[in-house]
Design a protein around this ligand. Structure first.
Ligand code: SME
Length: 149
């Protein structure tokens, strides 16, 4: 298992490489999915107007390819301009289910100041799977990705 530092370094190197933004965004999802066992579904949504559009993901099929601002955990992150950590999604009203096995979810914004470009969304089948360490790792990854917007 790579350390958070190693993961961020690998993403930073990809951002600095000649690879296209699409390739870099896919690489970030891939390395997070591979390196963290509890990350059962990893994806990136990009903000297009007032809609979050699914860019790429690894995990079970989801119907939620387009999410309006304010809807679900993903839409709430944009509406509140704040990352979201949900310990148990079954206790949430404003939740868009992607898989019935999902228990916990974390959403971290790809942003520069108040400008939001998108988000990394991760689901886990384990309740309370995400800690402030996950938020730190994902924030560092998002900070790197934001350099491509
Ligand atoms: N659960 C998210 C929707 C995205 S799927 O989990 C992939 C939400 O409530 O916004």
């Amino acid at each position: 298992m790579k350390t958070a530092e190693d993961i961020v370094k690998a993403v930073a190197d990809a951002v600095d490489s000649p690879a296209s933004r699409d390739v870099v965004l896919k690489f970030a999802v891939q390395i997070l999915k591979e390196e963290r066992k509890v990350y059962d579904w990893c994806g990136i949504y990009l903000l297009e107007g007032d809609m979050l559009v699914l860019h790429n993901y690894i995990g079970k099929h989801t119907d939620h390819t387009h999410i309006p601002i304010g809807k679900g955990v993903c839409g709430a992150a944009v509406a509140q301009q704040a990352n979201q950590i949900v310990a148990d999604v079954t206790k949430l009203d404003n939740y868009l289910a992607c898989s019935i096995e999902t228990r916990a979810e974390i959403v971290v914004l790809i942003r520069r100041g108040t400008e939001i470009f998108g988000q990394i969304d991760i689901d886990s089948d384990i309740e309370n799977a995400f800690t402030s360490q996950d938020e730190e790792l994902l924030t560092s990854v998002c900070d790197q990705l934001a350099r491509r917007f």
